[in-house]
Unconditional design. Structure first.
Length: 258
């Protein structure tokens, strides 16, 4: 299953001839593992541990300060999808929801530095006035820590809800990636294959649905690589299954555009 799914993603091409690469935008609370998710996917494509997107292990303040887009490295050619990373949601000090909404619309240029009190606007040097289809976001992925869903503060939930509603208005598909599932459940820590049998994880996913509104069938559990020195088949399969669903949703979206 691993090799078949990996090859499918390596050779993927969008069904829309006007889209060379699908754009996947990651957002979520500080320390949830957005950058680690990008690195984990890159690890699989490279067949070894890599440091692709800079990640921070403290989880206190957002380590990502600028709008960055990453093209996953394929051995033969660049992949047909990209990940765009943004500053984390951390109450008043985190990314403005309007910056994420502008990014979804394709108005934010690469390298834009996020300012918690002054969002991007028309006329800024990092503003695209007439974004192309490839500048726009084709799937919104919210990354959350399984262990912190129950204690997310009201400001974070409000921001996530605002972003979700804006994506819905734009017609952009939405997926949630739940990380650190092995730290939540001893069953999963012993054997990642048993992730879908963990009742506690199911409860956490249902809690997130109740808070933000994204249905459970769009919530994907994964374990990111963060301390391993070798790749593990079962970890790879979880990550690849999540990525395949994200890419399929994004391609369905661009195929539906006029």
């Amino acid at each position: 299953e691993r090799e078949e799914t990996l090859e499918e993603l390596r050779t993927f091409k969008s069904g829309n001839p006007n889209v060379g690469r699908l754009r996947i935008l990651l957002n979520g609370p500080v320390g949830a593992g957005k950058s680690s998710f990008i690195n984990s996917i890159n690890n699989i494509f490279q067949g070894r541990p890599t440091i692709f997107a800079e990640a921070d292990g403290t989880g206190g303040k957002s380590f990502t300060k600028k709008y960055r887009t990453y093209v996953i490295r394929n051995p033969d050619m660049p992949s047909s999808f990209t990940f765009s990373d943004v500053m984390g949601l951390e109450g008043d000090q985190g990314v403005c929801t309007s910056d994420i909404i502008n990014a979804m619309k394709g108005h934010v240029k690469e390298g834009y530095k996020f300012n918690p009190i002054s969002p991007s606007s028309h006329g800024d040097s990092y503003w695209y006035g007439s974004p192309s289809l490839e500048d726009q976001v084709h799937c919104l992925v919210t990354v959350v820590d399984a262990n912190k869903i129950a204690i997310m503060n009201d400001d974070t939930v409000r921001k996530l809800r605002e972003i979700r509603l804006a994506a819905s208005d734009l017609g952009i598909p939405q997926v949630v990636v739940v990380t650190k599932v092995d730290e939540l459940c001893p069953l999963v820590k012993k054997d990642v294959k048993r992730v879908y049998k963990c009742k506690l994880l199911k409860e956490k996913m249902e809690q997130f649905t109740a808070k933000v509104g994204i249905p459970v069938n769009c919530i994907l559990p994964v374990k990111n690589y963060h301390e391993e020195i070798d790749l593990q088949n079962d970890v790879d399969v979880l990550l690849l299954k999540a990525l395949r669903q994200i890419v399929n949703y994004a391609d369905d979206y661009v195929m539906s555009l006029p």
